[in-house]
Design a binder for this molecule. Sequence first.
Ligand code: PXP
Length: 238
Amino acid sequence: MATLGVNIDHIANVRQARKTVEPDPVQFAFLAELGGADSITVHLREDRRHIQDRDVFLLKETIKTKLNLEMAATEEMLEIAKKILPDYVTLVPEKREEVTTEGGLDLQSNLQYLKKAVGNLKESNIEVSAFIDPLDKQINYSKEIGFDFIELHTGKYAELSGSDQYKELQRIIESTHLANDLGLVVNAGHGLNYNNVKKIAAINNMNELNIGHSIVARALAIGLEKSVREMKSLITSN
Ligand code: PXP
Protein backbone atom coordinates (compact mmCIF):
# COMPACT_ATOMS: atom_id res chain seq x y z
CA MET A 1 0.00 0.00 0.00
CA ALA A 2 1.37 3.42 -0.95
CA THR A 3 2.36 5.88 1.75
CA LEU A 4 1.76 9.65 1.67
CA GLY A 5 4.43 12.32 1.50
CA VAL A 6 3.01 15.78 2.15
CA ASN A 7 4.66 18.71 0.39
CA ILE A 8 4.36 21.84 2.54
CA ASP A 9 5.98 24.39 0.20
CA HIS A 10 2.69 26.26 -0.14
CA ILE A 11 2.60 27.01 3.58
CA ALA A 12 5.90 28.81 3.09
CA ASN A 13 4.47 30.54 0.00
CA VAL A 14 1.89 32.28 2.21
CA ARG A 15 4.56 33.32 4.70
CA GLN A 16 6.86 34.64 1.97
CA ALA A 17 4.02 36.68 0.46
CA ARG A 18 4.61 39.00 3.43
CA LYS A 19 8.19 37.98 4.25
CA THR A 20 7.15 37.48 7.86
CA VAL A 21 7.25 34.53 10.29
CA GLU A 22 3.78 33.05 9.86
CA PRO A 23 2.46 30.62 8.87
CA ASP A 24 5.44 28.50 9.86
CA PRO A 25 5.84 25.36 7.73
CA VAL A 26 7.54 23.66 10.69
CA GLN A 27 4.33 23.89 12.75
CA PHE A 28 2.26 22.70 9.81
CA ALA A 29 4.54 19.68 9.34
CA PHE A 30 3.50 18.67 12.84
CA LEU A 31 -0.20 18.89 11.84
CA ALA A 32 0.46 16.93 8.63
CA GLU A 33 2.04 14.18 10.71
CA LEU A 34 -0.96 14.17 13.06
CA GLY A 35 -3.17 13.69 10.00
CA GLY A 36 -1.15 10.65 8.92
CA ALA A 37 1.64 11.95 6.67
CA ASP A 38 4.36 9.33 6.29
CA SER A 39 6.94 11.88 5.21
CA ILE A 40 7.33 15.61 4.80
CA THR A 41 8.61 17.05 1.52
CA VAL A 42 10.09 20.48 0.98
CA HIS A 43 11.70 21.95 -2.11
CA LEU A 44 14.58 24.29 -1.29
CA ARG A 45 14.83 26.36 -4.43
CA GLU A 46 17.86 28.29 -5.57
CA ASP A 47 15.82 31.53 -5.43
CA ARG A 48 14.39 30.65 -1.94
CA ARG A 49 10.94 31.71 -3.13
CA HIS A 50 9.17 29.65 -0.45
CA ILE A 51 11.11 27.23 1.76
CA GLN A 52 14.11 28.79 3.54
CA ASP A 53 17.28 27.08 4.79
CA ARG A 54 16.10 27.56 8.37
CA ASP A 55 12.92 25.58 7.65
CA VAL A 56 14.83 22.55 6.42
CA PHE A 57 17.23 22.54 9.38
CA LEU A 58 14.34 22.83 11.86
CA LEU A 59 12.26 20.17 10.09
CA LYS A 60 15.16 17.76 10.29
CA GLU A 61 15.30 18.34 14.06
CA THR A 62 11.55 18.22 14.74
CA ILE A 63 9.66 15.89 12.42
CA LYS A 64 8.94 12.36 13.56
CA THR A 65 8.47 10.82 10.11
CA LYS A 66 10.90 11.22 7.22
CA LEU A 67 12.29 14.29 5.54
CA ASN A 68 12.36 14.32 1.72
CA LEU A 69 14.46 17.25 0.48
CA GLU A 70 13.63 18.17 -3.11
CA MET A 71 16.37 20.13 -4.80
CA ALA A 72 18.29 20.78 -7.98
CA ALA A 73 21.63 18.97 -8.26
CA THR A 74 23.72 22.13 -7.87
CA GLU A 75 26.96 22.33 -5.88
CA GLU A 76 25.29 24.68 -3.38
CA MET A 77 22.37 22.29 -2.75
CA LEU A 78 24.63 19.24 -2.49
CA GLU A 79 26.58 21.00 0.29
CA ILE A 80 23.37 21.93 2.12
CA ALA A 81 22.01 18.38 1.84
CA LYS A 82 25.20 16.97 3.33
CA LYS A 83 24.84 19.34 6.30
CA ILE A 84 21.13 18.65 6.88
CA LEU A 85 21.25 14.90 6.18
CA PRO A 86 17.59 14.44 5.19
CA ASP A 87 16.28 10.86 4.99
CA TYR A 88 16.27 11.21 1.24
CA VAL A 89 16.84 13.71 -1.49
CA THR A 90 14.73 13.96 -4.64
CA LEU A 91 16.65 15.56 -7.49
CA VAL A 92 14.46 17.73 -9.70
CA PRO A 93 15.08 20.06 -12.65
CA GLU A 94 14.66 23.71 -11.71
CA LYS A 95 14.02 26.79 -13.79
CA ARG A 96 13.77 30.26 -12.29
CA GLU A 97 10.81 31.28 -14.43
CA GLU A 98 8.64 28.21 -13.71
CA VAL A 99 5.67 28.34 -11.33
CA THR A 100 6.24 24.73 -10.25
CA THR A 101 8.47 21.86 -11.40
CA GLU A 102 7.47 21.47 -15.03
CA GLY A 103 8.99 18.26 -16.28
CA GLY A 104 11.15 15.38 -15.15
CA LEU A 105 14.96 15.39 -15.10
CA ASP A 106 16.72 14.81 -18.38
CA LEU A 107 19.15 12.19 -17.12
CA GLN A 108 20.89 11.48 -20.41
CA SER A 109 22.38 14.91 -20.90
CA ASN A 110 23.70 15.07 -17.33
CA LEU A 111 24.84 11.48 -16.91
CA GLN A 112 28.40 11.95 -15.61
CA TYR A 113 27.57 14.93 -13.38
CA LEU A 114 24.58 13.13 -11.85
CA LYS A 115 26.61 9.96 -11.22
CA LYS A 116 29.03 12.07 -9.19
CA ALA A 117 26.26 13.97 -7.36
CA VAL A 118 24.33 10.80 -6.46
CA GLY A 119 27.53 9.05 -5.31
CA ASN A 120 28.37 12.09 -3.21
CA LEU A 121 24.98 12.04 -1.42
CA LYS A 122 25.07 8.28 -0.92
CA GLU A 123 28.46 8.58 0.77
CA SER A 124 26.62 10.65 3.41
CA ASN A 125 24.03 7.83 3.76
CA ILE A 126 21.32 9.85 2.02
CA GLU A 127 19.06 7.85 -0.29
CA VAL A 128 18.49 9.54 -3.61
CA SER A 129 15.48 9.71 -5.90
CA ALA A 130 15.12 11.07 -9.46
CA PHE A 131 12.00 12.95 -10.52
CA ILE A 132 11.48 11.68 -14.07
CA ASP A 133 8.86 11.35 -16.75
CA PRO A 134 7.44 7.84 -17.12
CA LEU A 135 9.72 6.87 -20.02
CA ASP A 136 11.76 3.65 -20.34
CA LYS A 137 14.94 5.52 -21.22
CA GLN A 138 14.76 7.72 -18.10
CA ILE A 139 14.18 4.63 -15.94
CA ASN A 140 17.15 2.82 -17.47
CA TYR A 141 19.36 5.87 -16.91
CA SER A 142 18.13 6.12 -13.29
CA LYS A 143 19.41 2.60 -12.74
CA GLU A 144 22.71 3.33 -14.49
CA ILE A 145 23.31 6.50 -12.47
CA GLY A 146 22.73 4.68 -9.18
CA PHE A 147 19.49 6.21 -7.87
CA ASP A 148 17.73 4.22 -5.12
CA PHE A 149 14.28 5.55 -5.98
CA ILE A 150 12.49 7.24 -8.83
CA GLU A 151 9.53 9.59 -8.58
CA LEU A 152 7.32 9.31 -11.66
CA HIS A 153 5.92 12.63 -12.86
CA THR A 154 2.11 12.38 -12.78
CA GLY A 155 1.53 15.93 -14.06
CA LYS A 156 0.47 14.81 -17.52
CA TYR A 157 -1.88 12.15 -16.08
CA ALA A 158 -3.44 14.86 -13.90
CA GLU A 159 -4.00 17.21 -16.84
CA LEU A 160 -5.54 14.66 -19.22
CA SER A 161 -8.99 13.11 -19.17
CA GLY A 162 -10.89 10.18 -20.68
CA SER A 163 -8.99 7.75 -22.90
CA ASP A 164 -5.89 9.99 -22.99
CA GLN A 165 -5.69 9.86 -19.21
CA TYR A 166 -6.18 6.08 -19.34
CA LYS A 167 -3.23 5.77 -21.77
CA GLU A 168 -1.02 7.89 -19.52
CA LEU A 169 -2.03 5.75 -16.54
CA GLN A 170 -0.94 2.62 -18.46
CA ARG A 171 2.40 4.31 -19.19
CA ILE A 172 2.87 5.00 -15.47
CA ILE A 173 1.94 1.39 -14.61
CA GLU A 174 4.39 -0.01 -17.19
CA SER A 175 7.11 2.36 -15.95
CA THR A 176 6.51 1.17 -12.40
CA HIS A 177 6.92 -2.47 -13.46
CA LEU A 178 10.10 -1.76 -15.42
CA ALA A 179 11.62 0.20 -12.52
CA ASN A 180 10.70 -2.54 -10.04
CA ASP A 181 12.30 -5.16 -12.31
CA LEU A 182 15.50 -3.08 -12.21
CA GLY A 183 15.36 -2.92 -8.40
CA LEU A 184 14.26 0.72 -8.15
CA VAL A 185 11.69 1.82 -5.57
CA VAL A 186 8.91 3.85 -7.22
CA ASN A 187 7.26 7.00 -5.91
CA ALA A 188 4.97 9.30 -7.88
CA GLY A 189 3.67 12.83 -7.67
CA HIS A 190 2.63 16.16 -9.16
CA GLY A 191 -0.92 17.27 -9.80
CA LEU A 192 -2.47 14.49 -7.71
CA ASN A 193 -5.73 15.44 -6.02
CA TYR A 194 -8.77 13.99 -4.25
CA ASN A 195 -10.35 13.03 -7.60
CA ASN A 196 -7.46 11.45 -9.46
CA VAL A 197 -5.29 9.88 -6.74
CA LYS A 198 -6.97 6.50 -6.33
CA LYS A 199 -5.88 4.98 -9.65
CA ILE A 200 -2.25 5.94 -9.01
CA ALA A 201 -2.42 4.68 -5.41
CA ALA A 202 -3.77 1.34 -6.68
CA ILE A 203 -0.67 0.61 -8.80
CA ASN A 204 1.08 -2.51 -7.53
CA ASN A 205 4.28 -1.72 -5.62
CA MET A 206 3.72 2.04 -5.64
CA ASN A 207 5.84 3.13 -2.67
CA GLU A 208 4.90 6.74 -1.91
CA LEU A 209 2.82 9.56 -3.37
CA ASN A 210 4.06 13.12 -2.94
CA ILE A 211 1.20 15.58 -2.81
CA GLY A 212 1.18 19.28 -2.00
CA HIS A 213 -1.14 21.70 -3.76
CA SER A 214 -4.46 19.87 -3.41
CA ILE A 215 -3.88 19.04 0.27
CA VAL A 216 -2.90 22.59 1.22
CA ALA A 217 -5.79 24.02 -0.85
CA ARG A 218 -8.28 21.80 0.99
CA ALA A 219 -6.62 22.70 4.29
CA LEU A 220 -7.84 26.28 3.83
CA ALA A 221 -11.38 24.97 4.26
CA ILE A 222 -10.98 22.18 6.80
CA GLY A 223 -7.50 22.47 8.30
CA LEU A 224 -4.32 20.60 7.38
CA GLU A 225 -4.67 17.71 9.79
CA LYS A 226 -8.06 16.78 8.31
CA SER A 227 -7.09 17.39 4.67
CA VAL A 228 -4.11 15.05 5.11
CA ARG A 229 -6.31 12.46 6.84
CA GLU A 230 -8.81 12.51 3.94
CA MET A 231 -6.06 12.06 1.35
CA LYS A 232 -4.44 9.27 3.35
CA SER A 233 -7.76 7.48 3.58
CA LEU A 234 -8.25 7.66 -0.24
CA ILE A 235 -4.77 6.24 -0.79
CA THR A 236 -5.08 3.41 1.70
CA SER A 237 -8.67 2.35 0.96
CA ASN A 238 -7.85 0.68 -2.37
N1 PXP B 1 6.79 15.93 -6.58
C1 PXP B 1 7.66 16.86 -7.07
C2 PXP B 1 9.00 16.41 -7.51
C3 PXP B 1 7.30 18.22 -7.10
O1 PXP B 1 8.18 19.13 -7.59
C4 PXP B 1 6.05 18.61 -6.62
C5 PXP B 1 5.66 20.06 -6.64
O2 PXP B 1 6.40 20.77 -5.72
C6 PXP B 1 5.19 17.61 -6.12
C7 PXP B 1 5.58 16.28 -6.14
C8 PXP B 1 3.84 17.96 -5.58
O3 PXP B 1 3.03 18.41 -6.60
P1 PXP B 1 1.61 19.07 -6.27
O4 PXP B 1 1.88 20.29 -5.47
O5 PXP B 1 1.03 19.33 -7.61
O6 PXP B 1 0.85 18.03 -5.46
